[in-house]
Design a protein around this ligand. Sequence first.
Ligand SMILES: [Zn+2]
Length: 317
Amino acid sequence: MSEFVCRECGKSFEKRRGFHAHLKAHSTSIGEYYVEHYAKRDLYTNELLQFKNYDQYFTEDFNHVDNYLSWLKTTSPIKAKNHLIKYTRKRFENKNVKFTPPDLYYMLAQMPNIDYYRKMWRSYSDFSKDLGVDSWFTENLPKNFWEQNSKDMQIFVDTREQKPLNFDNSMKNKLDFGDYTAAGEYYSKTFVDRKAQDDFRQTFGKDIERFRREMDRCVKFNSYMFIVVESSIGKIEEDNKVSKFKSNLGYLWHNVRSLMIDYPENIQFVFAYSRAGAKKIIPKILYHGQDLWHVDVQYHLEKKVHGMAERKTAVSK
Ligand SMILES: [Zn+2]
């Protein structure tokens, strides 16, 4: 039974909402009240923790994920491990997480990324086990993934694809979902949805419900969808700052994260940096097909682009 007792006057309330409304009687804001009576400090900087909302205030121990990462490096391994697992549990609470998500999820959620779990547990799977959540991304990239593509694979391009990529061996064909799939013996129920930056912002912004219906069809056909974006998260963030038609990127990233949680067995996102990058990676994805369903492709792509250096991308909340 959770009960809220006002620390200003001692009155008690059954519901948080009623209690928060009551705070007006003391001419205090909800944030001021909690910072005053439940002062929390950023574990790394020791500054007061900023109040954004109730859940954030009682879940977070840092004002920014960078402070968290700095703290993880300076604290003892035992403390770091305990904090990471408790924090991840809190963040996943009420989210109905069936499988631990890909690396990208953590970046978009402003959480420490998979490398921290891999370093402190032996593997991401061991971390997942400790967390009590099943692993989906259990396999490595095929060894020959970055090598020359097979020339004899034909690619079907959906008839509705607006700006088709020009592949050596392709043919138009109406697809049930997605823009590209492999033909003939190479077909493996693996589909690619190509997204230019603007299209990406629209699909996962205001058109999200339509996209979810497309995903429901994909699930029904036991198929797997790779969303290949002709851009990067950093570029989307930068371009949005100067765009005349700004997207609510906080909402967009929230939708992308939700899709990873709601369709863990049927979707992954690959930010290919550019149209040329998309053209390069799509045949590889279709060629390897089901061998990639359990591979966190974006994670490996980032490693290839940035080496082992730590990535930091500030994303909109
Ligand atoms: Zn009161």
